[in-house]
Design a protein around this ligand. Structure first.
Ligand code: PLP
Length: 431
């Protein structure tokens, strides 16, 4: 049987040595993969229970046009999200164009001139710098008179509680906590650690709104940040919760007040959640959410496989091969632009769409260096699909994520390794 597989991989450009090395790495990961499947099973039931509790019906899968008044499917889906995240309400819309938009919406709608925003976990995701005004930008929070403070993580990745306490003042209205490391090499925060941080902050000033940038974290654990005190969790539907099927969209799940503020900002004061036609998109949103726990599990296996493949070859990987996981991102540091480029070109060559094109570094809007991106995706830019991004700047690390199926993630990683071997960046002598 394995001979068949080897032949099939060979036909797809994977050498015998690379295939055999992959098999050795995979066989050592059996127990971890079982634990991931258990989390997926738990979350599958959580999603199903929410859908059943809100009586999702065939009529919910249809859409509205025009103003979108009384959109049963949209309103029910928002209740389903609220149940999954155990929040009072949720806003789940195709009119939220991406993750950055969802985060900007949550911030701009819940902060007022004179308020202060605090990040107690260091520099936020690159695109948020312009939302906040860390890099001056039209329409930023800074332009609206909303100030910003940041407390970095300690060198060991811990929270700097002393400085967080000092940073909180009478103006501090909202705290933003980014769960995933994004384009950094700091550790991703577990839900338990987020809970500790929120408890500390609320202990100092109970009415602070705690928002979590939940991008890439959904369904990785049994609990979500909203289960441990977050007032708002925010994310993109072309990442985990869209399950690969949502072609656009973002969500904000949280307290009634936070979600209401966001809805009035997304549409208009006075209109809020009442408008916003769902067009024909709801079937994909529902079915994507239904698939999200298992899709996330496949992506997680891919990340762990990649960590072990590259760690054993001597590259720095974050998280490392053994660490527990709190998001689906895997960073691998190659130390050279050539390594980053070869890796991304290998991922691209494994894609179901556009495998024949060769990605190159380019000046991507919102980022402060050139970025190379590999994404042969059904949904453009989707990063729950097998994809890799590498900013072309030191330490020359690649951020790899996604894979709608574990089998595809595995193939992509082997293809990336093959590209590095073919370019002479990695030697053929595998451990
Ligand atoms: C992807 C991501 C964002 C931004 O989402 P886009 O959809 O790319 O705009 C924000 N924060 C984190 C942690 C992310 O991973």
């Amino acid at each position: 049987m394995k001979e068949d597989l080897k032949t099939q991989y060979a036909a797809m450009g994977i050498s015998e040595e690379v295939y055999a090395y992959g098999e050795r790495v995979e066989s050592a990961l059996k127990e971890r993969f079982m634990a991931i499947d258990e989390v997926a099973e738990y979350n599958q039931l959580k999603v199903l229970a929410a859908m059943q509790a809100h009586q999702v019906s065939e009529a919910c899968l249809l859409g509205t046009s025009g103003y979108g008044y009384n959109d049963l499917g949209r309103d029910t889906l928002e209740q389903v999200y609220a149940s999954v995240f155990h929040t009072q309400d949720a806003l789940v819309r195709p009119q939220i164009t991406c993750g950055t938009h969802a985060l900007a919406l949550a911030l701009l709608s819940n902060l007022r001139p004179g308020d202060e925003l605090l990040s107690p976990v260091g520099k936020p995701y690159d695109t948020l710098e312009e939302v906040i005004g860390i890099r001056p930008s039209k329409g930023s929070l800074q332009e609206y008179g909303i100030s910003y403070r940041q407390v970095d993580l300690l060198p060991d990745g811990g929270f700097d509680y002393d400085n967080i306490k000092m940073a909180i003042n009478e103006k501090t209205k909202l705290v933003t906590i980014q769960r995933s490391k994004g384009y950094q090499t700091r550790p991703t925060l577990s839900v338990a650690r987020i809970g500790e941080l929120i408890a500390f902050i609320k202990g100092i000033k109970p009415d602070i709104i705690c928002m979590v940038d939940n991008c890439y974290g959904e369904f990785v654990e049994k609990l979500e940040p909203s289960d441990v005190g977050a007032d708002m969790v925010v994310g993109s539907l072309i990442k985990n919760p869209g399950g690969g099927l949502a072609p656009i969209g973002g969500y904000i799940a949280g307290t009634k007040e936070c979600v209401e503020n966001a809805a009035y900002r997304l549409t208009s004061p006075g209109l809020g959640k009442e408008v916003g036609a769902s067009l024909g998109i709801l079937n994909d949103f529902y079915q994507g959410l239904f698939l999200a726990p298992t899709v996330t599990a496949g992506a997680l296996k891919g990340a762990i496989f990649a960590a072990n493949i590259y760690e054993n070859l001597g590259f720095a990987v974050v998280p490392d091969g053994q660490e527990s996981r709190h998001d689906i991102i895997q960073a691998v540091t190659f130390g050279t632009p050539e390594g980053v480029i070869a890796f991304c070109q290998g991922i691209q060559a494994a894609a179901p769409v556009d495998a024949h094109v060769t990605p190159e570094p380019w000046d991507m809007p919102g980022y402060d260096s050139q970025v190379i991106m590999a994404a042969g995706a059904f949904v453009s830019g989707s990063s729950i699909e097998l994809s890799a991004d590498g900013p072309i700047k030191p330490p020359y690390a690649v951020y790899f994520q996604g894979g709608l199926t574990w089998q595809h993630a595995k193939f992509g990683i082997l293809k990336s390794l093959q590209a590095l071997v073919d370019k002479g960046i990695v030697s053929k002598k595998f451990p």
